[in-house]
Ligand binder design. Structure first.
Ligand code: CTP
Length: 403
């Protein structure tokens, strides 16, 4: 997790522990976060706005409006801009206001407007912390989804010893780092997906292609990205909208698709070859449009490079390789042979015999043949749901590989 360019709205309440916030701001700024401090009026008695604005490199806001310029400090804008809202220290008084929806200063107004995760780092005396009113407020705030950074135990400003000390700045920082970590199952993994048909040029205006829409491959690329993977999608010509949140590489021919795969596959953890790659390509591409001068006409073809098979030969044991098969007869037998021949970990078998499955449709019905396990058959589903089923198997495989 990186704080780089994260907007942190940091609320500071009236508590002797407010002095510790100077160190916390330094840690956040050093981690390249953008810190906007909002103080309650009482907090300014404990540490000066000048100190916190100097450290945060931003003006500190206390009131709804700037008395000198008349400018309004828009609490809705401040709250919505924030990726994280942290209130540290949060006093017993402000906790009570948050829990009850009171809104009598800029900080409480920001809290009510915030849609981002809210972290609360309380600081107060031992008995205030233990009071049922406070524990009740904490329960209420947790039920709102707020996250409490537990106070530490030790000597308090009153001289009493117990719970209630503001967590140390380093601990607050570490808590944020830990809870902002991307815990999605494929976070940190790289995935390479091929999709769509390939077009094999015959002459400048004609090609050999197929009816693949690319929908299954795009659904898989989207699902992998949503699961946290960094996705490179290598797509043949389709009418689909370029997906966001991934790298899209557009190609035409099987050779171009292979070249792009060669470039990215070494660093990929997951490779899903869902493209309907042409098996043959014209031996020569005519430089001019071919005229219809002859009664019959043959185009000499040669085999294309088998991308799935080539990656299967080169793959390491940390990589998951998924291929597809479209069969019309002896489906399971052919798909099993394909799995072995191409050294894939999974072959997703589409049957041409199933209504609603295959090219161009929004639904699909697949059976997944596994290298280490029994075939798994799924019912007729949307391609997004099929992508989910396939990705669940990929996650399991990746987890087994990392054991
Ligand atoms: N594939 C590939 N490169 C090719 C041809 C196919 O990577 N030149 C991949 C497809 O993306 C798909 C799988 O191989 O994952 C489909 O294989 P298919 O074309 O059905 O298998 P073949 O081995 O060519 O067998 P056949 O055509 O005889 O069924």
């Amino acid at each position: 997790m990186s704080f780089k360019d994260k907007n942190i709205l940091l609320g500071v309440c009236g508590s002797i522990a407010a002095y510790k916030i100077a160190s916390l701001i330094r840690l956040l700024v050093k981690a390249e976060a953008q810190v906007q401090v909002v103080m309650t009026p009482d907090a300014t008695q404990f540490i000066t706005p000048l100190t916190l604005s100097t450290l945060s490199k931003n003006p500190v806001l206390v009131d709804y409006y700037n008395t000198k310029t008349g400018e309004w400090n828009n609490h809705v804008h401040l709250a919505l801009k924030a990726d994280i809202m942290l209130i540290a220290p949060v006093s017993a008084n402000t906790l009570a206001k948050f829990a009850n929806g009171l809104c009598d200063n800029l900080l409480t107004a920001c809290y009510l407007s915030a849609k981002c995760p809210v972290y609360l780092a309380p600081a107060m005396d031992l008995d205030m912390w233990k009071h049922p009113a406070t524990t009740g407020n904490i329960t209420t705030l947790e039920s709102y989804g707020n996250i409490v950074i537990p106070p530490g135990n030790g000597e308090l400003a009153s001289g009493l010893v117990g719970d209630g000390r503001l967590a140390e700045p380093e601990d607050i920082f570490a808590f944020l780092v830990q809870s902002l970590k991307d815990t999605r199952p494929l976070s940190g993994k790289k995935a390479l997906v091929t999709a769509g048909p390939t077009y094999e040029a015959i002459d400048p205006v004609r090609f050999i292609g197929n009816h693949s829409s690319g929908k299954m491959g795009y659904a898989l690329a989207n699902r992998l990205a949503n699961l946290g993977a960094t996705v490179t999608l290598i797509s043949g010509p389709t009418h689909l909208q370029a997906p966001s949140g991934m790298t899209l590489i557009n190609v035409q021919s099987a050779q171009e698709m292979f070249n792009a795969c060669e470039q990215y596959f070494h660093e990929a953890d997951i490779m899903v070859m869902s493209a309907a790659v042409a098996d043959y390509t014209p031996k020569e591409v005519a430089s001019q449009k071919i005229k219809k001068t002859r009664e019959d006409f043959n185009i000499p073809l040669q085999k294309t490079v088998d991308i799935l098979s080539t990656l299967g030969q080169q793959k390491t044991r940390k990589q998951t390789l998924v291929g597809f098969a479209l069969e019309t007869n002896d489906e399971l037998k052919n798909a099993r042979e394909k799995l072995t021949r191409k050294n894939a970990d999974f072959i997703v078998l589409n049957s041409m015999q199933d209504k609603g499955a295959g090219f161009g449709t929004d639904t699909n019905k697949v059976t997944v043949i596994q290298k280490n396990g029994e075939p798994v058959s799924f019912g007729l589903k949307s391609k997004d749901e099929v992508a989910k089923d396939i990705c669940d198997l990929i996650i399991q495989h990746q987890q087994q590989l990392s054991l």
